[in-house]
Ligand binder design. Structure first.
Ligand code: APR
Length: 325
């Protein structure tokens, strides 16, 4: 059995709303970091978060972590939300996943109701928290969570870019037969059709990707990355991806909690950067205790910049619609 870390302070509470596949694996990863006092996991299905929390806690002697997981059933009108009081970070995973053949936008109306109601309850009980939204359609749900909480925009962000980037890196490593650690990739834009993989920012062992693969091969990997979520959904048939998504969300929560200043691809409020006004969009941003410290602009080729601006316009129209949902 692994020995728990000794002599290192564990601090703070992080809450995960929604104890489905995504939420439960996120809670597990956060607990296994062994840096938090408490991970709170909630769901509206009676007993589900309590049962999962008990199960994760029983893995503590084997995995060797001290962080405690607290499961709490909540009602739609807010009963049970006292459990998240004091949480510095809240990850919202509540919402339906896709079924084969569905686009993320097909979830818009259903998940908007859920995310609005969850956000209102979070705002009441953890008014100072940084929010990380993962429910789909991601860019729209992030915008909606900000509206529904009334939190400063920098304190609300979405998880998508880290996942899309991880998928891109995996495909590149697989194609070239190189260690994943040698691969750096980047995707910006939306978590959907207007995702913008950025080959000019991709390197393998320090060499530009474009020197190692021809244009057709890069295009193929870009397309597979853009459809990365749908590929998993089609194989699973029930539900969508959660291992890579939860890895990304947990890393974001950790960067907030540790006030690390890490520059990560996230869905953040962009206002002026890249010549884009007022919209939640996938960009690289420096993450700290208060959420997004700053959007970090990258050098893009003219085509990549055009694609990013097109993505911004596509999500802007949809984000305006969420006000009424
Ligand atoms: N409050 C709390 N939990 C809720 C609420 C709510 N109002 N409504 C639904 N839930 C819970 C469900 O009870 C379920 O346990 O959200 C959970 C969703 O879990 P799954 O169906 O397993 O879906 P998951 O794979 O976890 O995906 C969650 O992340 O990637 C996105 O598209 C995906 O929007 C989906 C979300």
């Amino acid at each position: 059995m692994a020995a728990p870390r000794t002599g290192t302070a564990r601090a703070g509470t992080v809450a995960v709303i929604g104890a489905g596949f995504y939420g439960a694996t996120t809670a597990q990863r956060l607990a296994e970091y062994d840096i938090f006092d408490t991970v709170v996991l909630t769901d509206i299905v009676e007993g589900k978060p309590e049962g999962l929390a008990l199960d994760i806690n029983q893995s503590r002697p084997i995995e060797g972590f001290e962080t405690k997981v607290v499961g709490q059933t909540t009602s739609r009108d807010g009963e049970g939300y006292e459990a998240i009081v004091g949480a510095a970070v809240v990850v919202i995973t509540a919402g339906l996943p896709r079924k084969p053949g569905m686009s993320r936008m097909d979830l818009l109306e259903t998940n908007a109701k859920i995310v609005r109601q969850v956000s209102e309850n979070v705002a009441r009980h953890a008014p100072d928290a940084v929010l990380i939204v993962v429910s789909n359609p991601l860019d729209e749900m992030t915008a909606l969570a900000q509206l529904a909480t009334g939190f400063p925009r920098q304190r609300v962000m979405g998880q998508a870019g880290m996942l899309d980037t991880a998928r891109f890196s995996h495909f590149v490593a697989e194609q070239l037969g190189v260690p994943i650690a040698d691969v750096q990739t980047l995707t910006l834009g939306s978590h959907g059709d207007t995702m913008v993989p950025v080959p000019s920012a991709c390197t393998v062992g320090g060499k530009p990707l474009t020197e190692l693969l021809d244009q057709a091969q890069v295009d193929e990997l870009v397309t597979r990355t853009r459809n990365g979520g749908a590929e998993v959904v089609a194989l699973l048939k029930t539900g969508s991806a959660f291992y890579a998504p939860s890895a990304a969300a947990a890393r974001m929560a950790r960067a907030v909690s540790e006030d690390s200043g890490a520059v990560l691809p996230v869905c953040a409020w962009v206002d002026g950067e890249y010549g884009i006004d007022g919209v939640y969009l996938g960009v690289t941003a420096q993450i700290g205790r208060d959420g997004v410290r700053a959007v970090v602009e990258r050098d893009l080729t003219a085509d990549e910049l055009t694609a990013l601006r097109e993505a911004a316009e596509a999500v802007r129209a949809k984000q305006a619609d969420v006000r009424d949902l």
